[in-house]
Design a protein around this ligand. Structure first.
Ligand code: AMP
Length: 123
């Protein structure tokens, strides 16, 4: 388990110390707009529990938390009108994936054709 930083920006959003534009909330998840959107529609879905990344979540979360988070990703895509034409979910986990905020978050992206999944290593 990674050490969890209680003062990461998403922990502060969960405590109401920093504003966010809520899209969806249930017992164990909160979803809000990304402050620096990388697509026409870009939302973040986080568990309310203190999980630094996807690995910690898989290891430590209850089945209910796991199910809520997956369902929230899809619910947010639908609320944002992305279900018909498609969307992309990205989870960056750790340094090589360039995870910036150390609280698990799923990016839900869409609104137009998003292009290839990754830039090739040699480009
Ligand atoms: P990652 O690189 O996967 O850790 O992504 C972190 C994401 O958090 C980025 O897309 C940021 O734009 C987003 N972000 C950072 N601070 C905030 C904030 N206060 N409210 C909403 N999104 C944020």
């Amino acid at each position: 388990m990674a050490d969890y930083d209680d003062n990461n920006i998403f922990a502060r959003i969960l405590r109401g110390e920093i504003p966010s534009q809520t899209i969806d909330e249930d017992a164990t998840t909160l979803s809000f707009s990304d402050i620096n959107p990388q697509a026409g529609s870009h939302s973040l879905v986080i568990p309310k529990g203190a999980y630094a990344n996807l690995s910690d979540f898989a290891d430590g979360a209850s089945d209910a938390e796991l199910a809520d988070w997956v369902r929230s990703l899809v619910r947010v895509a639908r609320k944002n009108g992305l279900d018909e034409n498609g969307y992309r979910v990205i989870v960056n986990c750790g340094d090589n994936a360039h995870q910036e905020v150390p609280h698990l978050h799923g990016h839900v992206l869409g609104g137009h054709a998003l292009g290839p999944m990754l830039t090739r290593r040699d480009q």
